[in-house]
Design a protein around this ligand. Sequence first.
Ligand code: MN
Length: 145
Amino acid sequence: MITRQTDPHRWDGIEVFPYKESGTHFKTITRQTLFAGDHDLPIELRYFEIGPGGHSTLERHEHAHLVMVSRGKGQVLVGDRVSQIGPNDLVQVPPMTWHQFQPLPGETLGIFCVVSAERDRPQRPTDQDVASLKTFAEVADFIKL
Ligand code: MN
């Protein structure tokens, strides 16, 4: 089976879910589920786009992420490190590791994200978690809550 690309970063029959323009924990994101998992391959493949000025939720969880950057330049927090990312960079987020994706100014960051079909719900940082994240200067400057 082949799911054809119809326009750049859009696929035939795949719905684009717009997140609210200003949710409490994320901003300017769309999500497309390209593969929802089945008996033979219990993973999901999603494509997210984060528009200029947007960011993903700062979160952690027991399940891991495997992320491939598709378009745009951005930065990612994984644990206590902030790294520059661009097309075809591969980002691994281990279990229970704080993470957040942000595009650089004026950029739209598009990422493919693989997760287990069965997974736990994301956790948000407590005030104490935020305080300990902010002990790292580059993290303090980066994170958006
Ligand atoms: Mn996550």
